[in-house]
Ligand binder design. Structure first.
Ligand code: GLN
Length: 494
């Protein structure tokens, strides 16, 4: 079988991996197909911090050789997976979008990378992101901003903007992102993709450079629900090297795809449908509500009374944890060291950290140090921790009545580059509907739900109780069938 590169890119993940496993398509051909697309689109999109064709082709050739020898290879054989540059990859730089890790080459693979390699997938480059995943537009990368493939004057969202943009542009079939307060779901919404934040503890964080340890989760960005579920099958699972990883039996997250939704109760948080939500987004959520009703679901309004404190709570807890996690970048243990810091060790630390970190990261370190400092700890950090519990209780109560929640992912469609850069509070408000899932630890998914009158993608969000990804994916899949799949930016102009 000889397929054109374009045809190869149009294959579903399942078809492509099956063909590679069976030997009718070479992993090398798949890799070349996406490398071609990357060559064409990357000069405009800037999704990758590092994409070395030789490294990709070498992995593909090794796999092809194993297949030729008749060795069994895993379910993701030959699948190129783009990886956000906050996830460590053995021997290749992992910068977290920061100067302070410019020269850092990790000596090991993250658990998710190990699992992907075992499943036969290829690491297809490292994607751009906001520095240490702090941001909502990828403009906080120390290297360059990434652009939205639908319109290059717009941001792709963040902080996993590079991962979203490369999939939306057809440069990679799937990608890994991370979500601390919305960084998978929000860029998925801005780029017209499916983006899944799993339950806290579902996917190992071993080898994920920590931003806010009680909130961070790794998850897939994909063209459709099935492909997101397939990737989750591989990356999920217990890992003794991450003490917060849940000891659960493996699960096939595709098992419920295609089952009907009759009798499912879906709640719509009223606090998410009012002030601050642009009408074009609200209309798409309302449209999805009607579709779910047609599919046999029962829709109920629910209330999350403490939701209005979610952003404030998140922006105390996340910087507090970040200030502690980022203390390790001192110019001694990792990456970059500023020279000319004077005589003392202290001066070297100061010079390294002041030139190695960007503005937003410094802002978070200062905020976090402040809310944890002796005089303010009770007033800010402890209080935020208490409100976090109330936010979680609101969700527990809602989930006594309904099985899923539906709402918007973002308050607005993708915004212009530069638009919110000077106003951090405006930027923080981009996460108003996403941080709740992280504070509570529950899974959430963004689903493309049509477009604005200007043709820009709009995303909607479904949330489920802890560890109910299967049901979440089942509902997302059913909704995707009626809202339409495969009308991504990758379909145009290729
Ligand atoms: N935009 C949010 C922040 O800046 C969330 C980031 C994330 O999920 N990594 O903290």
């Amino acid at each position: 079988m000889t397929l054109s590169k374009q045809r190869i890119r149009q294959l579903s993940v399942e078809d492509s991996c099956r063909a590679v496993r069976e030997g009718s398509l070479a992993a090398r051909e798949v890799a070349e197909a996406y490398l071609e697309s990357a060559r064409q689109r990357e000069p405009e999109v800037h999704a990758f911090l590092r994409l070395e064709p030789q490294e990709v082709l070498q992995q593909a050739e090794l796999l092809d050789e194993r297949i030729r020898k008749g060795e069994a290879v895993g379910p993701l054989a030959g699948l190129p997976v783009a990886v956000k540059d906050v996830i460590v990859t053995r021997g290749t730089p992992t910068t977290c979008g920061s100067r302070i890790l410019e020269n850092y080459r990790p000596p090991y693979d993250a658990t998710v990378i190990e699992r992907l390699r075992e499943a036969g997938a290829l690491v297809f480059g490292k994607t751009n992101c906001d520095e240490f995943a702090m941001g909502s537009s990828t403009e906080n990368s120390a290297y360059f901003p990434t652009r939205n493939p639908w319109d290059n004057r717009l941001v792709p969202g963040g902080s996993s903007g590079g991962s979203a943009a490369c999939v939306a542009a057809g440069q990679a079939p799937v990608a890994l992102g991370t979500d601390t307060g919305g960084s998978i779901r929000q860029p998925a919404a801005f780029c017209g993709l499916v983006g899944l934040k799993p339950t806290y503890g579902r996917v190992s964080r071993y080898g994920l450079v920590a931003f806010a340890s009680s909130l961070d989760q790794i998850g897939p960005l994909a063209r459709n629900v099935r492909e997101a579920a397939l990737l989750l099958n591989t990356i999920a699972g217990h890992d003794h090297r991450d003490s917060t990883s849940a000891p659960l039996e493996p699960e096939d997250f595709t098992a419920r795809l295609g089952r009907d939704l009759k009798g499912l109760r879906v709640g719509v948080p009223q606090e998410w449908m009012g002030e601050g939500l642009q009408p074009e987004i609200r209309h798409r959520v309302e449209f999805a509500m009607r579709q779910l009703e047609d599919l046999g679901c029962r829709l109920d309004p629910v209330h999350l009374p403490h939701n209005r404190y979610a952003i404030a709570t998140y922006y105390i807890i996340a910087p507090a944890e970040a200030s502690s996690n980022l203390a390790r970048y001192d110019g001694v243990r990792y990456g970059f060291r500023a020279t000319g810091g004077g005589e003392s060790l202290e001066a070297m630390y100061r010079a390294t950290r002041s030139s190695g970190f960007g503005r937003e990261v410094k802002r978070r370190i200062m905020l976090g140090t402040y809310v944890l400092s002796a005089g303010y700890y009770d007033a800010y950090f402890v209080k935020a921790a208490r409100v976090r519990r109330l936010i979680r209780q609101d969700l527990d109560q809602a989930f006594e009545k309904v099985q899923l929640l539906l709402g918007p992912t973002t308050p607005s469609p993708p915004f212009a580059l530069g638009e919110k850069l000077a106003d951090p509070l405006q930027m923080y408000l981009s996460d108003v509907f996403t941080v709740t899932a992280n504070l509570a630890g529950i899974p959430g998914i963004n689903l493309p739900a049509g477009s604005t009158s200007e043709g820009l993608p709009v995303g909607i969000q479904l949330l489920a109780p802890h560890f109910q990804e299967s049901r979440l994916l089942q509902a997302a899949y059913a909704l995707e069938q009626v809202l339409g799949v495969g009308r991504g930016a990758w379909d145009s102009g290729q």
